[in-house]
Design a protein around this ligand. Structure first.
Ligand SMILES: *Cc1c(COP(=O)(O)O)cnc(C)c1O
Length: 415
């Protein structure tokens, strides 16, 4: 159980006591998101290779010594994390790199990596005695928060863009959230949520704004390291929207280093959709500031024109000696069946965007022949069936007649 020792602004470095009711830096405004740090020396005494080898928990709470909750009492009873890491020899061979691993975070309880953040967020809300939690989301953070709020007996008020995929909206309603569909896209939903959270005083689960949520997401990196028996990979690919996941990954690898468990951090490659790439643009320009612009992409989960965690995201890519790249919607869509057919993992469009970025860099010879690569699949394919259907052909339709079936199928399927 770790009580964070300090919060510090990612832009100006100003420090805050975790007891102060700040979410972002008052000097830097919403851009000044906060880093959470712990007493790593004390934490290392209870969290190390030996303690983990004996740890019975098979979920993200195995890393509770560096998670910002004060005890196990407030942990919602819904298993999150410890998702599988598959090795794909086929993809490594096809794309000419040493090893390829798929981290399937679509296997989390509500179907996306966001569950790691919601688990921590809901624990924090319970610890603070809050009754209502709220967020704005392109969809997955919303369904995730609704699920975890349901187990914890909290009310959730959720703001999503009107055009969010039906499966995600259905999830929200099934979990009993108060759902507000907002016209005008994710940016408008975020703005309205921020105002409403202020006005009603609900617990804020907006990932960039609430510094503790990236702490949940960092456990994905910790699991990758542990599942690879602490032999840190060379490169990790992940989709980027608001920039919280990439920030969490970097933080996870960094915390392991600070704990003395590992000795390095992999290059982290953030992949954005061409139509929603403000962080990538700033990275390429070497700029210290991200310019917001309208977003348009088939990958709804990363259709973010005003990324809230841009400063931490830029830092993650830069300090890990990584990259930020873009892929087109066609490259995203074609990555869905290729990943499913080669590994059995079905990702939503944003879920396979990291893989699409990997293919592009491998094709350009930018990944070493002996390098070990991890691709994070951030969301399950069943979240966005319309998107998936755009990536494949239509099935045949026949009468229940064997001769007709023979004609339709042709000779291609003979043995
Ligand atoms: C939220 C999300 C992302 C992007 O994460 P950010 O923290 O917004 O950068 C990528 N893929 C999926 C499936 C998501 O739900």
């Amino acid at each position: 159980m770790a009580i964070p020792v300090e919060l510090s602004c990612v832009l100006c470095g100003r420090r805050f006591d975790p007891c102060e009711p700040v979410l972002t830096c008052p000097d830097c405004g919403l851009d000044g998101t906060l880093d959470v740090t712990y007493d790593y020396e004390s934490a290392a005494k209870i969290l190390n290779r030996a303690s983990l080898a004996n740890c019975k928990r098979r979920d993200l709470w195995r890393y509770i010594a560096v998670l910002p909750v004060s005890g196990e009492e407030s942990i919602p009873d819904l298993a999150v994390g410890w998702t599988p890491l598959y090795r794909s020899k086929g993809l490594a061979e096809k794309w000419g790199v040493g090893e390829v691993y798929i981290k399937d975070d679509g296997r989390n309880p509500t179907g996306s990596l966001k569950d790691r953040a919601s688990a921590v967020g809901v624990s924090k809300a319970l610890e603070a005695g809050r009754k209502v939690v709220s967020c704005a989301s392109t969809g997955n953070a919303a369904s995730s928060l609704a699920g975890f709020a349901a187990v914890a007996g909290l009310k959730s008020v959720i703001f999503v863009p009107e055009e969010a995929p039906h499966a995600k909206v259905a999830q929200l309603l099934v979990y009993g959230a108060e759902v507000v569909l907002v016209r005008g896209g994710y940016e408008k939903a975020f703005d309205l949520a921020t105002q409403a959270i202020d006005a009603w005083g609900w617990y804020n689960r907006n990932c960039a704004i609430n510094p503790y949520l990236v702490e949940g997401k960092k456990t994905c990196a910790m699991e990758i390291a542990e599942q690879l028996e602490w032999d840190i990979p060379d490169v990790v690919f992940v989709a980027v929207g608001d920039g919280c996941i990439i920030s969490g990954l970097y933080k996870g690898f960094l915390d392991l280093l600070r704990l003395g468990i590992t000795d390095r951090v992999p290059r982290i490659i953030g992949v954005q959709a061409e139509g929603a790439a403000p962080i990538c643009k700033a990275f390429r320009k070497g700029s210290g500031k991200v310019e917001f612009a309208p977003a348009q992409t088939v990958a709804d989960s990363i259709s973010v024109g005003s990324p809230r965690n841009w400063a931490k995201a830029l830092r993650a890519a830069r300090e890990s000696f990584g990259e930020m790249i873009t892929v087109t919607d066609d490259e995203i869509l074609s990555a869905i069946p290729e990943l499913a057919r080669s590994t059995g993992v079905f990702g939503e469009p944003a879920g396979v965007t990291g893989f699409a970025g990997f293919r592009k860099m491998a094709e350009q010879g930018l990944i070493g022949k002996n390098e070990r690569v991890v691709l994070i699949v951030t969301g399950n394919g069943l979240k966005d069936i319309e998107g998936a259907k755009r990536s494949v052909g239509a099935p045949v339709v026949v009468n229940a007649d064997l001769d007709e079936l023979r004609k339709v199928l042709g000779d291609g399927l003979g043995i």
